[in-house]
Design a protein around this ligand. Structure first.
Ligand code: PEP
Ligand code: MG
Length: 582
């Protein structure tokens, strides 16, 4: 039995068998140990990947030769020669055998040795061959790991995925009927992979360094997503303990779900709109079953992932219409495309940047790719004829973006009018407040929009200079840092000062102790993953607004994130001990 501690990002307990999934993005792969009986299978997998890579290269070469001539296509000859290099093949087989390692690790290890050897050679021509080795190596690794994904699609039973990393686009493909939990070595609590774990309602843990090297397919494992604990090969007492806790968790969840029909209202009658964050249109049922008053954030970027063409206006219109109608006249806020950071789409060539979170992303990308942006706005506008839709722009840093987006929205409206297509003419438009400049200048921004929604995941990242993806500095990611509490307070006051409502759609509001703070600061709407809504509602229904306001003022006067959090937790314990001790 062995225990690992990571960052629990989606609550609940799962008990099952490991499935090791390799991502194939880098040559720094952790070792996957295999049993002696699997060695011949790993060699066969490697040889199979060699053959497939060779066929792919021959096909590309043939195509290029037809299109641009024989000479240019000859670069691929170099790739073929690398694949046929007997020494390389034998070295990989040797690593599989001697280190009892999976094929991807063995191949990556040998390729790294080649890089080292080539970089020491004093010959420019040979040095340049490194890029050929890298290209062909990536292709082969992709084939080995792609086969892993295929293996995942073909799964019969239910598994717990253990992987170095899972990209949001890979996570979006996971089938909840087959994957009951996942564990990764990297990633922070508000990475989009973590957020998807919560939306799938399966336990998930990130940030367990080197776990991939410690497990094998079919190992028995327990994942406690609430506390971030993984137990490998549990003994029977541990198994019983976690099974019991798993049942208690399910019981508490179903108890809280009984609040579904009740309003998110404080004891003295202050009503808060409690909305759901969704990523896919089919999550409407989950939002409703957990008692959402609306959708406070529909992250539309998943529409653009895992496909070879851009989504058409009609396709988007149909999905947005489904959400609008599914929510039965409740408010639905559609956030326009927020790609970049940790979310990429293969159809959109966003170049690799040094600082992707500070780069050409979200509204910045949309304002330069007006074609893509207008298509989405037209789709949202058309769907607005079928429900209460609102538009929200991500990553607003200044009034410029809002004004530029408004012009494009105006054009879309004029076009639809001309085409005789129905839409809601006065559709409300909001800005996400997730960049410190937007929060600090929220008084001027408030004059430009109909509402604000605080995107605290990014607001924390940018204010505290903490990469939200990085597990090594996750301990510094403090939602209750005084700077964050002050920025939220300022934004709400500025919003209200200009008669617009202010919501919050970051992950921090799913912590009931923090929800009390937000209520006390005067928040109008809280939007969070559907599964977390019942406990937020329970917290809101347990407190008086007058007390929450006083709590918020006292929190504002404290000096550290830890002090503020401990204070809030204590107040939550006073009013609802079950939530505080969860
Ligand atoms: C946020 O930044 O808080 C937010 C809700 O958006 P996302 O997590 O998609 O960046
Ligand atoms: Mg954001």
């Amino acid at each position: 039995m062995k225990e690992f501690q990571g960052i629990g990002v989606s609550p609940g307990i799962a008990i099952g068998k490991v499935f090791v999934l390799h991502s194939g993005e880098s040559f720094n792969l952790p070792k996957r140990a295999v049993g002696p009986e699997q060695i011949s299978n790993e060699i066969a997998r490697f040889e199979d990947a060699l053959t497939r890579t060779r066929t792919e290269i021959l096909n590309i070469r043939r195509k290029l030769s037809d299109q641009i001539g024989r000479e240019s296509s000859d670069i691929f000859m170099a790739h073929l020669l690398i694949l046929e290099d007997r020494t390389l093949i034998e070295d990989v087989i040797e690593v599989i055998k001697s280190e009892k390692a999976g094929a991807e690790y063995a191949f990556a290890t040998v390729i790294q040795r080649y890089f080292k050897a080539f970089s020491k050679i004093n010959d420019e021509y040979l040095k340049e061959r490194i890029s050929d080795i890298r290209d062909v190596g990536k292709r082969l690794l992709g084939n080995l790991c792609g086969e892993e994904k295929k293996r995942l699609e073909d799964l019969q039973g239910k598994v717990i995925i253990v992987s170095h990393d899972l990209s949001p686009s890979d996570t979006a493909l996971l089938d909840k009927n087959k994957v009951i939990a996942f564990v990764t070595e990297i990633g922070g609590p508000t990475s989009h992979t973590a957020i998807l774990g919560r939306s799938m309602e399966i336990p998930a843990i990130v940030g367990i360094e080197k776990i991939v090297g410690e497990v094998q397919d079919n190992d028995s494992v327990i994942v406690d997503g609430t506390h971030g604990v993984v137990v490998l090969s549990p003994d029977s007492a541990t198994y019983d303990k976690f099974s019991r806790q798993g049942n208690e968790f399910l019981q508490l969840t179903s108890e809280l779900d009984k609040l579904r029909e009740l309003p998110a209202e404080t004891l003295d009658g202050k009503r808060i709109t409690l909305a759901a964050n969704i990523e896919f249109h089919h999550e409407v049922s989950s939002a409703l079953s957990h008692g959402a008053d609306g959708v406070g954030l529909y992250r539309t970027e998943y529409f653009y992932m895992n496909r070879t063409t851009l989504p058409t206006e009609q396709e988007q219109y149909e999905a947005y219409r489904k959400v609008a109608e599914g929510m039965r006249s409740r408010s639905v806020i559609i956030r326009t495309l927020d790609l970049g950071g940790d979310k990429f789409a293969s159809t959109l060539e966003i170049p690799h940047e040094m600082n992707p979170y500070l780069g050409w992303r979200a509204i910045r990308f949309c304002l330069t790719r007006k074609d893509i942006f207008k298509t989405q706005l037209r789709a949202i506008l058309r769907a607005s004829a079928h429900g209460d839709l609102k538009i929200m722009y991500p990553m607003v840093a200044s009034v410029y973006e809002v004004r530029a987006a408004r012009e494009i929205l105006k054009e879309a409206k004029v076009e639809l009018e001309r085409e005789g297509l129905a839409f809601h003419k006065d559709i409300h438009v909001g800005a996400m407040i997730e960049i410190p400049s937007a929060a600090l200048a929220s008084d001027v921004l408030a004059k430009e929009v109909d509402f604000f929604s605080l995107g605290t995941n990014d607001l924390i990242q940018y204010t505290l200079a903490i990469d939200r993806m990085n597990e090594k500095i996750a301990y510094l990611y403090e939602p209750t840092h005084p700077a964050i509490v002050r920025l939220i307070d300022l934004t709400i006051r500025n919003g209200h000062g200009h008669n617009i409502w202010v919501g919050s759609c970051g992950e921090m509001s799913s912590d009931p102790a923090i929800a009390i703070l937000l209520v006390g600061l005067g928040i109008d709407e809280i939007s969070a993953s559907p599964v977390t809504l019942p406990k937020i509602k329970k917290a809101i229904r347990s407190i008086r607004y007058s007390d929450a306001k006083e709590i918020a003022q006292r929190a504002l006067a404290l000096h550290t994130g830890k002090e503020i959090y401990a204070f809030l937790k204590g107040k939550l314990r006073d009013v609802c001990v079950e939530l505080a001790d969860e």
